[in-house]
Design a protein around this ligand. Structure first.
Ligand SMILES: [Zn+2]
Length: 509
């Protein structure tokens, strides 16, 4: 942890950086009505643990001030600040997921405090506790001994059981505003005697997305170059901090290391990050790499144009989605997952699938125009007739169906896999009609290359030259519901996609 953050963290309630938190706790202090259990809710780096330690000092200080604030000088205050006070227990639920820590808490909570007036249990990331641990904690919260105080901290309140929440006094640590971050950083500037060029604090405050911790970390990094901090230096540091991560994430996405991408994004989220800003930089980078493939700029990542194109499109879409996302990290996570799916299922890309769908649509239109008599619309079938047997029964197809799938498997694993969830329905002229139960499967199998591959195998194995896919009845009903739904939402989605593509390639689509 940043030593500036530790050195300049608020030590009394009146020094707390967030106005609302300060007022709430000060009011309790004034009335002498501190709760026996608090739930501190808010993003990382918003000062929850600092505030928890202040409360621990408030209830254990030997010589509190007239307003009830800790003196910061007695043995208890000092020990708590150093993290060595015997009656303050800090439990990190993220690393003590087991029930053991809470069990120990429950077993020992009945014992009187050793050195202070109250035992204070600070449980960080409390939402990470297991169900068993929550139950044990709940029992303790239901009948807390007079000498105990709990401060539960969480970044994800919705994961904390309601039974726990209802027994705590909730304090919301909202994301700090720009002014609050500036005020907090100003203490460091004063304390360290730093000389900042005008605009430096504002720029820092803007870039840390409300995280005091991140702000202190950056300022400390800047101060390591000297007492005078220029705006240019800040821009340099901000650029390189994210610059390394941007390149790293881009590299992982392009090489399809889904798990590593997700882990990296998670660790970034823990450290506090402005996702919107990061995604835009990521887009800039992959777009630059795509252009580099055409000789504009420097190639830094070895990748095929096709792969870069898909990554760029998906990141562009994520940029648009982040602004309205409930979980801001989600759109980028989805990029990684979708890229993974791309490789596994189609081996192609979003646009290839889309274009082929359009072609199938056109083909269907053509068939309609030609009417029933020549519903195939495919001339090559007539030419191939010679090799085709006159009459093939469905039973014959069924008896060889496993063979067909088996011989397809080495050629194309996904076609074989898709066929396993379909079944031959009937033989119509020279067509084998195959029933698919999911619209998605049908669309995948209708793609030109896959259909051809299947037809060649069928011709060889059973003497049928062509296939046609229909949706099973259940699927038809489900698809109708989906289509109705699509009609309402699709235009907006498409517009967004088109916009994103236009943005990326600077062309009209
Ligand atoms: Zn004290």
């Amino acid at each position: 942890m940043s030593s500036f953050y530790r050195k300049y963290r608020p030590r009394r309630i009146e020094e707390l950086d967030l106005e609302e938190v300060r007022n709430t706790l000060a009011a309790g202090l004034k009335k002498g009505e501190l709760a026996h259990a608090y739930l501190f809710v808010g993003p990382r780096g918003s000062g929850k643990t600092s505030a928890a330690r202040i409360l621990a000092k408030v209830v254990n200080c030997e010589k509190p001030t007239a307003s009830g604030e800790p003196c910061l000088e007695c043995d208890n205050c000092r020990a708590i600040e150093q993290g060595s006070f015997v009656d303050v227990m800090e439990i990190d639920a993220a690393s003590h997921r087991g029930i053991d820590a809470i069990r120990e808490l429950r077993d020992k909570i009945g014992l009187s405090p050793v050195a202070g007036r109250k035992k204070v249990y600070i449980i960080d990331e409390v939402h990470m506790l297991t169900v068993e641990a929550f139950n044990a904690l709940l029992k303790t919260l239901e009948e807390p001994p007079e000498h105990a105080m709990f401060v539960l901290c969480t970044t994800e309140e919705h994961k904390v059981p309601e039974t726990i929440v209802s027994r705590c006094t909730r304090v919301g640590f909202v994301k700090a505003g720009k002014d609050e971050v500036i005020k907090s950083l100003s203490k460091v500037v004063k304390g360290e005697g730093l000389k900042l060029e005008e605009g430096v604090l504002e720029l820092l405050a803007e870039s840390v997305d409300g995280s005091f911790r991140e702000g202190h970390k950056l300022l400390e990094q800047l101060a390591s170059f000297g007492k005078e901090v220029s705006l240019k230096k800040v821009e340099e540091i901000l650029g390189s901090v994210r610059g390394g991560e941007v390149k790293q994430v881009a590299q992982l996405l392009i090489s399809g290391k889904t798990k590593l991408v997700l882990e990296k994004l998670e660790s970034m989220e823990k450290g506090g990050v402005d996702w919107s800003n990061f995604a835009e930089k990521l887009l800039d980078y992959v777009r630059g790499q795509l252009k580099a493939k055409y000789g504009i700029g420097k190639v830094e990542i070895e990748a095929e144009i096709e792969r870069l194109r898909v990554v760029t499109m998906l990141v562009a879409r994520a940029c648009g989605e982040i602004k309205t996302a409930v979980v801001p990290a989600l759109p980028l996570e989805m990029v990684a997952v979708e890229l993974d799916r791309e490789v596994e299922i189609s081996g192609g890309s979003v646009r290839v699938a889309k274009e082929q769908k359009a072609e199938v649509g056109k083909l269907d239109e053509k068939r309609d125009e030609m009417g029933e008599k020549n519903e195939t619309g495919r001339d090559e079938i007539k030419a191939d007739m010679v090799q085709v047997r006159e009459k093939v029964s469905l039973d014959e197809v069924m008896s060889k169906w496993d063979e067909v799938i088996k011989s397809l498997s080495p050629l194309n694993h996904s076609v074989a896999g898709l066929l396993r969830s379909c079944r031959p329905k009937r033989v119509e002229n020279h067509f084998l009609v195959i029933e698919a139960y999911y619209k998605f499967h049908k669309e995948q199998l209708e793609q030109e290359t896959r259909r051809r591959m299947l037809e060649e195998t069928l011709k060889r194995e059973v003497g049928l030259p062509a296939v046609k896919f229909v949706l099973g009845e259940k699927a038809v009903r489900a698809a109708k519901v989906m289509e109705e739904h699509d009609n309402v939402t699709a235009p907006e989605k498409d517009d967004k996609l088109v916009e994103a593509v236009e943005d990326v390639f600077g062309v009209e689509v």
